[in-house]
Design a protein around this ligand. Structure first.
Ligand code: SAH
Length: 396
């Protein structure tokens, strides 16, 4: 096995069990290693730090598989790590029995570059790093073994693969396509999931708990759901007894799936749902001119800031929609507002929302802080894993 020797005094983050080694902290490679190969990581003084996947093309030059320098990285390693990740979910009552469930949340489950989501009896896997890509068959075997599922679909088409020198790869990697369209039950609502063409692995499982909260809050309210995608929040609002729900997205296919999802739920009052294909920024401005008002507004936009470098522009976009959101709320209304940008921390997001309320001339208070569901845990040694943050704000 090749050895990756760090620069002097660059072992601190590894000693704190942070899984990434940036190019700037790497001194030299002793021996030969190709992308995805496992290397032994040593401090400059020769102290062993663990074993990592080498990624010569990426600024993240290596990702630790293990901080135990004696642990072998082989098929059995992936089987163990995946079984542990699945067991973590099984131990949390709120997750047991969920048909849609994130089984492996990458770094936070000790498996950098590995995402695995379960939709019924189908697992969708996304491999985003050279190391994860290299171990694809062990990972698939581990998922099949840990879940008993006999279908695994690969959705390795995320942009970040390019940074690792990997081409996009999609398709059935184990088993064959199910004969009926995939759907999951979530909080008493049924939702179709397009694993081949949908966003991420097909669905935003990270918002499951927040959608449940919306159902609790929506009774009798006029709800506006911005960036509705396939209608997850919209259907929960209907299930919670909303007076009506107006949902906006700029994607025609997402709205078509949202309508199809509503049709899957004949118990919901579909007449109270309205779908609008539009740009949210424009639609909110138009509503303002028309003097329209709502009791509860959900803002769950796409990632405006993929990294801290985009934080300035993204901050303006978050400010804009939150400002418009505050203006469209009746006195006492609720704003459920999110950012899934890794580049925008919770503190900054709160400042942005505060600035938006101030500019809207509205006093407002945080009544709840919101985060991703429990199947998207954040490892304490990997704070970067905390991408989704939200605030429930009551506006005077
Ligand atoms: N809340 C959803 C997930 C939202 S994902 C859920 O719980 O499932 C973000 C969505 O924003 C995508 O569906 C995308 O099509 C949409 N979108 C992106 N930019 C937009 C814009 N400017 N106006 C309207 N929709 C937009």
């Amino acid at each position: 096995m090749a050895q990756l020797i760090l620069m002097p005094d660059k072992e601190r983050s590894a000693l704190k069990r942070h899984p990434w080694l940036f190019a700037g902290s790497v001194g030299r490679l002793v021996g030969r290693a190709r992308a995805g190969d496992t290397v032994e990581v040593l401090a400059d003084d020769g102290r062993p730090l663990g074993r990592a996947a080498y990624s010569p093309q990426s600024q993240i030059r290596a990702r630790f598989w293990t901080f135990d320098a004696a642990e072998t990285v082989d098929d059995a390693f992936f089987k163990r790590r995946i079984a542990t990740a699945v067991a973590r979910r099984a131990a949390l009552p709120e997750l047991t029995g969920q048909e849609g469930l994130r089984l492996v949340h990458a770094e936070s489950d000790g498996l950098p570059g590995v995402i695995a989501d379960r939709y019924g009896d189908t697992v969708v896997v996304q491999l985003t790093s050279a190391g994860a890509d290299k171990w694809r068959s062990a990972i698939v075997a581990g998922l099949v073994k840990a879940t008993g599922c006999d279908r695994v679909y690969e959705r390795s088409d995320s942009d970040v693969r390019g940074l690792e020198g990997l081409a996009p790869t999609t398709g059935w990697i184990h088993g064959t396509a199910p004969s009926v369209p995939l759907s999951i039950g979530e909080n008493a609502v049924r939702l179709g999931v397009d694993i081949a063409g949908g966003h991420k692995t097909g669905f935003y499982l990270d918002q499951r708990e927040n959608r449940r909260l919306l159902a609790e809050l929506a009774g009798e309210k006029e709800v506006l759901n911005c960036f509705c995608y396939t209608g997850g929040f919209s259907l929960q609002a209907l299930a919670g007894g909303a007076a009506n729900v107006l949902s906006i997205d700029s994607s025609g296919p997402a709205l078509a799936q949202a309508r199809a999802n509503l049709a899957l739920n004949p118990h919901l009052p579909g007449v109270r749902a309205e779908w609008l294909e539009a740009d949210v920024f424009q639609a909110l401005r138009d509503f303002r001119k028309e003097g329209r008002q709502f009791d509860l507004i959900v803002l769950d936009p796409p990632k405006f800031a993929p990294s801290a470098a985009h934080a300035d522009r993204a901050s303006r976009a978050y400010k804009d929609i939150n400002l418009l959101g505050c203006r469209l709320l009746r006195p006492g209304g609720l704003l459920m507002t999110y950012s899934c940008s890794g580049g925008i921390g919770l503190e900054l997001f709160q400042k942005i929302v505060a600035g938006a309320a101030l500019d809207a001339g509205r006093d407002a208070r945080i009544v709840r802080r919101l985060a991703g569901s429990a199947d998207h845990p954040v490892a304490l040694n990997f704070p970067e894993g905390e991408y989704l943050k939200g605030l429930l704000v009551q506006v005077d």
